[in-house]
Design a protein around this ligand. Sequence first.
Ligand SMILES: [Fe+2]
Ligand SMILES: [Fe+2]
Length: 253
Amino acid sequence: MCEAGYNEVANAIVRHAALRELEKFGEIISARPLTHQGMALFFGTLWAFFKDVPAGIVALAARVTDEWIKEDMWNGTAKAAHILYASVDEYGLHQHSKHMLPTHHQMFKQLTTHLGLSDADLFNPSNVLPEGTAMGNNTHRMYRSEFLGEALGFHLASEMTSSREFQYFLEGFKKYAREYGLVDEEDPVLAFFAIHCEVEPMHVATGREIVISYLEKNPGIAPQAMRGAMAFMDGFEHMFSALNRRLADPQSL
Ligand SMILES: [Fe+2]
Ligand SMILES: [Fe+2]
């Protein structure tokens, strides 16, 4: 029953038109390397979204702890751990017994610096599409939504799309390694893309587990989870269709 509820949300995510826009974006960046202006638009817009992801995940983990503890005191932290697992990667803590690693945000900065993009480029309003800003604002708000189901659905959609989008990004940049000034396809400066390809399948698995747990506890949240997931997917579709429109029309750049 709960698995069926989860499957309904997961299927709606993978059938959403946003994934077609993402695929189109993949075609654009594998057809030719992005110009400086194209990169500024891509990374400036992504940053407006990604900047809100790590804290959103932590906020959601805190809320899951607080909620679950009310009914199952000893296991609230264990349930929230499924969410927190994703932020261990975001914050560079997955080898905590040895040392702290660069965070995903720091890797983003290393990559964009390598590509010749300054903070001024990334924050220049003409390089930040409003659809990216909207994704960031939605991320900030939805992870902290008063409806926990919405937040969980939003998070699930975020992890499920990440597991695909970074593969397109990585492939596109590897394909034009020389043009992007990379040593080779394995250049460590691509870590920001490569690390997501590695960790996202695990994040999807843990996101799935927590949604199923919540549906078992409270099947009534299914419509909320669907609403949150679709809010993410709609915004994601708008962001990539706006990027695609701009990148496909060199005159607009
Ligand atoms: Fe990340
Ligand atoms: Fe993730």
